[in-house]
Design a protein around this ligand. Structure first.
Ligand code: SF4
Length: 436
């Protein structure tokens, strides 16, 4: 038997698919007599109120099923391949690519350089538009796929070619205009490299991108991550405090200009800039709905505000326990100050916050999400960890119990001889993890 169609991984309980006795292991061959190319086609095709779908059972038998349903009601099918097609890899060789700066010997999938518009739509990944044909753009427009997250880096075409090491990277920017004209919602990202696309180049990029307001709804500025594995790569420098102050100066000035003209701040600095500059994190309002929180823009403000809101309604008591938290260099001072607050209402809870230095990638990598199991185990070994150790969930890969270096939570438990609680990065979960 051949492998036509798309293999079904699971069927949601009480879904239309379950009612029709579609099962894991079946294959979807057609919808309304058309083959389905990928997840975009599928989402579009299943919206209709009346469908005829062709399913192939594992023994080769084909079932034609008629479905009447509400418009946009989902069938409840999950496919083995998330995109229902192979993943599209990037055609760039960016000077700041994090994947090129990873040590050898890590899990194969971590080296995959995706640049796939379908992942942008489904998971919020950022794409460079450099591997997309005009037909690909047509499909986004036809299917009205929004938002599309775009890695812009600079609007200077010649500089973009250099940064992405791709001679088509400059002209790829013209596709933004097509998406804008079609009313597709977009978010942009600029990975800032010192002495490359900062300063006047950054001013120019912000100025140019403002022309795409309102369909481009936000642009984030994030500092380049520099690991210790850059031996054969272009030299890049870390942003110091003074640099961060300059970058924030540019961003804040543009925020004021754009707010007056368009009632949106549009351009947003990731949290790292404020922490490096030693400036207070802006208030929630200025993040305008936290559109790029997954990109580290407003994560700290959101955590602190949620913490305070939940904390206000807690009475506290005299329960006695001893708890340890571990996190990266960037978040440690914030967590320490939040833990001091908990201590006021729960004076008998002893809370220790350990800052884990990233020896694996290099000490310039300070975010918790890039910490490895080895660093945590090495740096906490022999320490008094109290009743249990709390770790942030951003350490774990894709909802699995495993860290970047394949060390599992159980490995750490055994090595450190302590219970471990993984906590979501929100204020309420944090308080509960410490107190209860
Ligand atoms: S597009 Fe992304 S994955 Fe590809 S080289 Fe650039 S940074 Fe790396």
């Amino acid at each position: 038997m051949n492998n036509k169609g798309h293999l079904i991984k699971s069927v949601a309980p009480e879904s239309i698919a379950e009612e029709l006795e579609i099962e894991a292991g079946d294959r979807l061959l057609q919808i309304n007599e058309k083959e389905i190319k990928d997840v975009f086609d599928y989402h579009y095709a299943v919206n209709d109120e009346y469908l005829v779908i062709l399913i192939q059972k594992p023994d080769g038998e084909e079932w034609e099923l008629e479905i009447e349903k509400e418009y946009e009601e989902d069938l409840g099918i999950e496919f083995e391949e998330g995109l229902m097609d192979s993943y599209r890899s990037c055609r760039n060789n960016c000077m700041f690519c994090f994947i090129d700066q990873m040590p050898p010997g890590m899990r194969e999938t971590l080296y995959f350089k995706d640049d796939d518009a379908r992942l942008s739509f489904l998971q919020g990944n950022y794409i460079t538009l450099t591997n997309m044909s005009e037909e690909d753009i047509d499909r986004i427009i036809f299917y009205k796929l929004s938002p599309i997250n775009i890695s812009i880096h600079t609007t200077n075409k010649e500089l973009r070619c250099r940064m992405l090491h791709n001679r088509f990277a400059g002209e790829a920017l013209d596709k933004i205009k097509r998406l804008y004209d079609a009313g597709i919602t977009m978010n942009g990202q600029i990975v800032l490299c010192k002495g490359v696309n900062d300063g006047e180049e950054l001013e120019r990029s912000i100025h140019d991108l403002a022309a795409y307001i309102p369909h481009m709804q936000s642009v984030s500025i994030v500092p380049v991550g520099i690991t210790k594995y850059r031996d054969n790569l272009i030299k890049l420098e870390k942003f110091e405090k003074e640099d961060a102050l300059n970058v924030l100066g540019i961003i804040h000035r543009w925020q004021d200009i754009l707010y007056k003209e368009y009632q949106t701040r549009f351009i947003h600095a990731s949290d790292e800039w404020y922490i490096t500059a030693g400036l207070p994190i802006p208030e929630a309002d200025s993040y305008e709905g936290y559109l790029q929180i997954e990109n580290g823009v407003g994560m700290v403000r959101s955590l602190v505000d949620e913490f305070k809101e939940y904390y206000e309604n807690i009475k506290g008591d005299n329960r006695t326990k001893s708890v340890t938290l571990a996190t990266g260099v960037l978040a440690a001072p914030i967590l320490k100050s939040l833990m001091e607050e908990i201590h006021i209402k729960y004076p008998n809870i002893r809370i220790t916050v350990y800052t884990i230095i990233n020896e694996f990638f290099g000490t310039d990598i300070t975010v918790a999400g890039l910490l490895t199991g080895q660093d945590i185990m090495n740096q906490l070994k022999g320490k008094e960890l109290g009743d249990y150790l709390i770790l942030p969930d951003v350490l774990l890969r894709d909802g699995e119990n495993v860290l970047l270096d394949d060390i599992t939570v159980d490995d750490m438990k055994n090595a450190l001889q302590t219970q471990i609680r993984i906590v979501q990065s929100d204020g309420k979960s944090l308080i509960n993890a410490v107190v209860n």
